[in-house]
Design a protein around this ligand. Structure first.
Ligand SMILES: CC(C)(COP(=O)(O)OP(=O)(O)OC[C@H]1O[C@@H](n2cnc3c(N)ncnc32)[C@H](O)[C@@H]1OP(=O)(O)O)[C@@H](O)C(=O)NCCC(=O)NCCS
Length: 152
């Protein structure tokens, strides 16, 4: 059974978070979790969360909990499932939980994300959850938006 929750990264679970990695062939799709936690400190709009299935941390996400100052959107900045836990539906369930959590943040009317063009698995996954390509590229990455219903 899949039971996803998002729990803040703290001193207690930071090392476990850093130990999670995608598959070797996916390394170019996402920064290391150590790098992401450092980025989280530099980007005050973001919050860092472990993705848990029941009580096991299976992945990591970094997303805006206040609007990103450059475009007023709420970005999913990082999203990954550890290589040992992929292919079991956890990524899809986690993305659903991320969207639900973000859509409850006051003022969040649009969720934005981006991915490198080669990452077709995540492109399909985002679209299956309602994201649409904007047609823009940011730093060479494909940008997708999800408008939160009832807020636009
Ligand atoms: C993208 C990612 C989060 C998906 O996690 P996951 O737990 O494997 O995803 P799921 O098991 O829920 O599968 C989601 C969908 O992707 C498909 N999928 C997963 N792995 C796949 C693969 N290697 N090849 C083809 N399809 C794949 C599944 O079939 C499923 O599609 P469906 O809903 O049509 O059946 C994971 O592959 C990952 O962490 N990748 C590396 C980091 C990354 O790319 N992050 C995104 C950066 S923007």
């Amino acid at each position: 059974m899949i039971q996803i929750s998002l729990r803040p990264i703290t001193e207690q679970n930071r090392d476990e978070c850093i130990s999670l990695k995608p598959r070797q062939d996916q390394m170019g799709f996402v920064a290391s979790n150590l790098d992401s936690l450092e980025k989280a400190v530099e980007e005050p709009s973001t919050g860092a969360f472990g993705i848990y299935n029941e009580d096991t941390m299976v992945g990591f996400t970094l997303f805006d909990v206040t609007p990103y100052e450059d475009d007023d959107c709420f970005w999913i900045v990082r999203f990954m499932i550890d290589e040992h836990h992929q292919g079991r539906g956890l990524g899809k369930a986690a993305l659903g939980q991320i969207i639900t959590t973000m859509s409850h943040i006051e003022g969040c009317s649009k969720i934005r994300t981006s991915h490198v063009p080669d990452n077709q698995v995540v492109n399909k996954l985002y679209k299956s959850c309602g994201f649409q390509e904007t047609g823009d590229l940011v730093d060479g990455e494909i940008v997708l938006d999800l408008v939160i219903e009832g807020t636009a």
